[in-house]
Ligand binder design. Structure first.
Ligand SMILES: *Cc1c(COP(=O)(O)O)cnc(C)c1O
Length: 420
C-alpha cells in the first residue's frame, strides 16, 4: 500500500487558482529533493553511482536545475533536450545522450557539450565519425533480444527498435578499438514502469557479464555501465514502490561477482530514470465543468488528454482525489473525461469516487513524469501551465499556459487574405 495523501489542501489550491486558473500541473519541490537524496543514499555503495534524469519525463529547466543541485545529470534524446540541459547548467559529464534514429546535428551538439554519446546502432559509428567526429568515450546501447523479457510499455526486446544485437556489440567495440578509441561505456534499457526490483538486478548482471566477455576478447576497458531507466512507480494505492535499496544491493552483489572478480573494477554504474524521480510528485489540478448522465455517469473536466495522455494511450491508472472530499466514501461510479473529440479522452473509467458536484476540484495523481511532457495540440487543445510548490510553500509558475496566439504562431493569416 502506498499513501495517496496530497501535499496541499483544497484551501491551498483555491488560493493558487486566484492567480493561476485550472487546469495546471503542480510539482512538489520538497518531495522531489527528498526523493533524489533517497536514491543517492540507496546507491551509496554502488561504485561511481550517478543518475542522469531522463529529460523527456519532465522537460522543464527549473526541475533540471533542482536535480542538478541534487547531483544528478541529464539523459537527453533530442536537440531541444540537450539545449534544456545546457540552460539548466548541465554540460560535460552531466550529459548522457541516448537517442535513436539520430540526426547529425544532435550528435554535433552532444559532442560540443562534452556529453557521453550512446549509440543506438552499429551504422551510427561511421555516421558519427563523419558528422561530429568520434568522441573520446563511446557507449553502445545493447538489445539482448530473446535473452531478456520485456514489458508492456517498451515491448519484447527482440521486437523493439532499439540497440545493437549481441554480435554487433563485439563487432562495434572492435571497430572503435581499431580506430584508437580508448574509453568505453555500455547501456541498455529494456523495461519501463517495471515494479519488480529483480528485473533491474538481472539487467545489471546481463550487462556486467557482457562487459567481462567483451573486455577479455577485445582487451579494452569499460569506464561505465548505464543500466537505463524504467523503474516503475505505484500508480495504484495497492501497489508498492520499488525498493531502491534492494536494487542497489543486488546490483552491488552482481558487480562484485563479475566486475570485481574479473579485475575490471572500477566501473562506474549509472542510471537514467525519469518516472521514479519526479512521477509521484506531480499533480494535474482540474475543475469539474459539467456532469452528464446517459448510459453512464460522466464527470467533464476543464482539462483533457492533451494535459495527460497516459490513460488514453496505455489505459494507465491515475489515482484521483476530490479536494475537500478526501474523507468521503467513494459511493458513485464515474467516467472522468476531458473535452477532446476522442472517446479515449478519459482520465478514469468506472472509477468509484465520492459524489461529485460542478465546480469540484480534482487532483489527478502521479503526473510528474510523462504527464505535461506528452501533451499535444490535437483538436486545438492548449497545454496547461506548470507550477512549482516550493519548500517554503510559495508557488512559482515554471511554464505558462499556452495561448491561442501560441497555437496560431505557425500560421500566416496575412498570406491567407491574398490566397485564392
Ligand atoms: C524513456 C527513457 C528513459 C526513462 O524512462 P523512465 O521509465 O521514465 O525511467 C531512459 N532512457 C531512455 C533511453 C528512454 O527512452
Amino acid at each position: 500500500m502506498v499513501s495517496k495523501d496530497l501535499p496541499f489542501t483544497k484551501e491551498d489550491i483555491l488560493k493558487i487558482m486566484e492567480k493561476y486558473p485550472t487546469p495546471f500541473h503542480i510539482y512538489d519541490e520538497k518531495a522531489i529533493r527528498e526523493n533524489a537524496r533517497r536514491m543517492k543514499s540507496a546507491f551509496k555503495d554502488v561504485p561511481g553511482f550517478k543518475e542522469f534524469f531522463a529529460v523527456k519525463a519532465l522537460p522543464n529547466p527549473f526541475i533540471l536545475k533542482i536535480l542538478k543541485e541534487e547531483g544528478f545529470g541529464a539523459d537527453c534524446s533530442s536537440l531541444p533536450e540537450l539545449i534544456l540541459a545546457e540552460k539548466a547548467g548541465m554540460t560535460g559529464d552531466d550529459i548522457m545522450f541516448s537517442s535513436n534514429d539520430t540526426p547529425a546535428e544532435e550528435f554535433v551538439k552532444a559532442k560540443e557539450l562534452g556529453g557521453f554519446i550512446n549509440l543506438d546502432d552499429i551504422s551510427h559509428i561511421p555516421y558519427l565519425e563523419k558528422y561530429a567526429g568520434l568522441p573520446e568515450i563511446v557507449c553502445f546501447r545493447y538489445n539482448p533480444g530473446p535473452l531478456k523479457e520485456g514489458n508492456a510499455i517498451i515491448g519484447k526486446p527482440e521486437e523493439a527498435k532499439y540497440g545493437f544485437t549481441r554480435e554487433q556489440m563485439f563487432e562495434g567495440y572492435r571497430i572503435l578499438r581499431d580506430k584508437g578509441v580508448k574509453r568505453f561505456g555500455m547501456h541498455t534499457m529494456v523495461a519501463s514502469n517495471e515494479l519488480n526490483p529483480d528485473y533491474f538486478v538481472e539487467t545489471a548482471r546481463i550487462l556486467f557479464e557482457l562487459i567481462v566477455e567483451i573486455s577479455k576478447e577485445l582487451g579494452i576497458h569499460f569506464e561505465f555501465v548505464n543500466l537505463g531507466g524504467g523503474i516503475g512507480i505505484p500508480y495504484r494505492p495497492e501497489q508498492e514502490p520499488v525498493s531502491l535499496e534492494a536494487v542497489a544491493k543486488g546490483v552491488k552483489e552482481a558487480y562484485d561477482a563479475t566486475i570485481t572478480a574479473n579485475g575490471l573494477a572500477p566501473l562506474k554504474v549509472y542510471l537514467e530514470c525519469g518516472r521514479v524521480i519526479t512521477g509521484p510528485y506531480g499533480y494535474l489540478i482540474s475543475q469539474v465543468r459539467h456532469l452528464k448522465s446517459t448510459y453512464k455517469d460522466y464527470v467533464g473536466l476543464d482539462s483533457c488528454m492533451a494535459n495527460l495522455m497516459r490513460p488514453g494511450m496505455y489505459g494507465a491508472y491515475h489515482h484521483i482525489t476530490v479536494l475537500g472530499k478526501e474523507k468521503k466514501a467513494p459511493t458513485h461510479k464515474y467516467d472522468v473525461t476531458g473535452s477532446l473529440c476522442e472517446n479515449n479522452d478519459k482520465f478514469a473509467i468506472d472509477r468509484m469516487l465520492p459524489e461529485i458536484e460542478i465546480g469540484d476540484i480534482l487532483a489527478i495523481h502521479d503526473t510528474g513524469a510523462h504527464g505535461h511532457a506528452m501533451g499535444f495540440n490535437y483538436n486545438g487543445k492548449l497545454r496547461s501551465a506548470e507550477l512549482l510548490l516550493r519548500e517554503d510553500r510559495s508557488v512559482v509558475q515554471i511554464r505558462r499556459a499556452e495561448t491561442i496566439e501560441d497555437y496560431f504562431a505557425t500560421l500566416d493569416f496575412e498570406q491567407l487574405k491574398s490566397f485564392r
